[in-house]
Write a protein that binds this ligand. Structure first.
Ligand SMILES: [Zn+2]
Length: 151
């Protein structure tokens, strides 16, 4: 870990304990270089999944990234943070139970859209427009029409 005081990478863990719910570990560290103490929080990864992006590159599944995307779509809408958190969990759960090691970002987007549709239509359209990269107004209108006729 990089020391926040001097930037040294040499340190010693002097104490380590897990949070009450066990989702992260708090570590007290002592810098070998400057002698300062600092604390790190290490999150335990619950899911190990590679996401295949549209350009073919892979990255580790990042639930925060998903949450950010959803939050952006839900801006100024009547969607509570509990609902967003629930959605993220649902998506994560669906991915875990699919037992796949790799999943396309497209598939994740579809999962989010399917669930977001039931929560807030406007947020859904916003998410879809970013996600599907609507090239023109026509494709956007088509999508809108689909939502309206869906109801
Ligand atoms: Zn230091």
């Amino acid at each position: 870990m990089k020391c926040p005081y001097c930037g040294s990478l040499e340190d010693k863990v002097v104490d380590s304990r897990s949070s009450e719910d066990g989702s992260f570990i708090r570590r007290r560290r002592l810098c070998n270089n400057c002698g300062e103490r600092y604390t790190t929080f290490e999150k335990i990864e619950t899911i190990e999944l590679m996401v295949i992006k549209k350009n073919g590159t892979r990255e580790i599944f990042d639930r925060d990234k998903i949450r950010r995307g959803i939050m952006r779509a839900c801006e100024k809408r009547n969607v509570t943070s509990d609902q967003i958190e629930g959605l993220v969990k649902d998506v994560e759960q669906a991915l875990v139970s699919s037992m796949q090691k790799e999943i396309s970002s497209e598939k994740i987007g579809e999962l989010i859209m399917a669930k977001l549709k039931d929560i807030d239509k406007v947020a859904y359209v916003r998410f879809a427009s970013v996600y599907r990269e609507f090239k023109d107004v026509d494709t956007f209108m088509d999508e809108l029409k689909k939502i309206i006729t869906d109801k």
